[in-house]
Design a protein around this ligand. Structure first.
Ligand code: ADP
Ligand code: MG
Ligand code: ZN
Length: 474
């Protein structure tokens, strides 16, 4: 194993979140009744003509620039010919000779992983296999895709995993796709070969398909690297083939060998014109790019001065990062705000199974809660209670606090009775306390917190109980 170096190249397809398909005006939407979003163009009836969706080009340019690619000043589309039941035209309109973007990179661990090409193409339909046979849904046929192909410039399964995360994040910040793998909005094929340590030439590669998460890609690559090392170290050879990842068996199996490889007979799409991209179009696109992860990281570390781990957690969720940054306007307690966003706010969202995008809470609401906790108006338990409500319903924080009767009780006289009851009901804790176990008092504080429905100020409660126990002793 140690004698071999793995070499990996990734082919990633992302579905662009345009309103309409790439060559017709059918809606690009997910989960609709099968075969409702189709027209003669996207099912390839004779005599129809494709019309290129400008929005696909805009997003394609934005993603290419975000991945540091050079943009082609002119390009055409080509037909990739093959037969498959989900492909109504028997060809896919794609880009072959000249991709929209080329020679880019993604930086990971201070190393630039080279991206070979970014090209636009249309998606195929989807087969649905049932007990009574297979059905085909053409809603997805003609949905715009970007294919992003890396150079064989990734050297471990973990690095492939990091590359994918960074790629996804970049596309999410640009807003070109949700990259939701469960919905097939991001798909990844992994190519991997081994070579002897120090060799310049690449070994024979195997392509692995059928992974449904980034973790699965990493697992499949780790498996494949071990498998190939095993074969090679016994003097065997690797055959160029396509293998499938079997998630439940955690292994790859042969799908097809090189002899069955396709000849796609690419040729220029005669129904579409040659397209040109002007310098000003590229400049405009560059200027409209949002702040991308590398710049965000720098800002979160150097300006907000967040701990690295917290910075990563926030940046890994563009909506959370945006919420955090809005909350930080006109404030300087950045790390404190980050703690609240990552901690109690995220917990409240998790409990309600909602994301930042659906949450009703506004940054100003969180700040109000933070300030009420700081000045003693709310304790932490009550703050969580308010958060749980406001993420779902929104609304005025002060009103919620009054309505739910959550304002923290800090005056001692109101807490005396709770403290008395707690001591009376907990003889064991009292005995422990007198026998020197100072911590037993926290049990009693807990009882008061429960009795006050979380409203008591725990610091004051502790003082009251302590005084009562000491007085009773003397
Ligand atoms: P193909 O024509 O078989 O699709 P490409 O040259 O287009 O091959 O490469 C497809 C993907 O495979 C790219 O991501 C590329 O980086 C990767 N790749 C190519 N050769 C190798 C190799 N020997 N080992 C690992 N990955 C490779
Ligand atoms: Mg390929
Ligand atoms: Zn259509």
């Amino acid at each position: 194993m140690n004698n071999f170096e793995p070499v990996i190249g990734l082919e990633v397809h992302i579905q662009l979140n345009t309103e309409t398909k790439i060559f017709c005006s059918c809606p690009n939407s997910f989960g609709d009744e099968p075969n409702t979003n189709i027209c003669p163009v996207c099912v390839g009836l004779p005599g129809v003509l494709p019309v290129f969706n400008q929005r696909v080009l805009d997003l394609g340019i934005a993603v290419s620039l975000g991945l540091n690619c050079r943009i082609a000043k002119e390009f055409i589309f080509e037909r990739k010919n093959y037969f498959y039941p989900d492909l109504p035209k028997d060809y896919q309109i794609s880009q072959y000779m000249v991709p929209l973007g080329s020679d880019g990179f993604i930086e990971i661990n201070s190393r630039k992983i080279k991206i070979k090409r970014v090209h636009m193409e249309e998606d195929a339909g989807k087969l649905i296999h049932t007990q009574n046979g297979s059905l085909v849904d053409f809603n997805r046929a003609g949905v715009p895709l970007l294919e992003i192909v890396s150079e064989p410039d990734i050297f471990s399964a973990q690095e492939a995993y990091q590359y994918l995360n960074e790629l996804k994040l970049t596309i999410q910040y640009i807003g070109a796709s949700s990259c939701d793998m469960e919905k097939g909005f991001l798909r990844c094929d992994a190519n991997v070969s081994l070579r002897r340590q120090g060799d310049k030439e690449l070994g024979v590669k195997v392509e692995v398909k059928n992974m449904n998460s980034f973790k699965a890609v990493r697992d499949a690559l780790s498996y494949e690297i071990k498998r190939q090392a095993n074969v090679l170290s016994k003097g065997g050879r690797i055959y160029q083939e396509t293998r499938l990842w079997e998630e439940n068996k955690q292994k790859t199996i042969v799908m097809r060998s090189k002899e069955e490889a396709h000849d796609y007979r690419y040729f220029p799409e005669p129904d579409l014109v040659r397209f040109f991209v002007s310098d000003s179009q590229i400049e405009n696109a560059e200027q409209s790019l949002p702040e991308l992860p590398p710049a965000k990281r720098k800002k979160f570390r150097e300006f907000y001065k967040l701990r690295e781990k917290d910075s990563e957690v926030l940046i890994s969720n563009p909506k959370a990062a945006a919420f955090f940054e809005q909350a930080c306007r006109n404030r300087d307690d950045f790390q404190n705000i980050a703690n609240w966003v990552i901690g109690p706010l995220q917990e409240a969202l998790n409990t309600s199974s909602i994301g930042f995008e659906e949450a009703k809470i506004k940054p100003a609401d969180l700040l109000k809660i933070i300030d009420m906790v700081a000045d003693g108006g709310l304790n932490n338990i009550a703050a969580k209670n308010v958060l749980a409500e406001v993420v779902n319903t929104g609304g005025d924080i002060s009103e919620i606090v009054e309505k739910k009767n959550l304002r923290q009780v800090s005056d001692e006289s109101s807490l005396e009775e709770f403290a008395r009851q707690a001591i009376e009901e907990s003889p064991k804790a009292v005995k422990d306390f007198y026998s020197g176990k100072e911590n037993a008092i926290m049990f009693l504080v807990g009882v008061v917190m429960r009795k006050s429905k979380g409203r008591a100020n725990p610091k004051i409660v502790k003082g009251v109980i302590e005084r009562r126990l000491k007085n009773a002793q003397s």
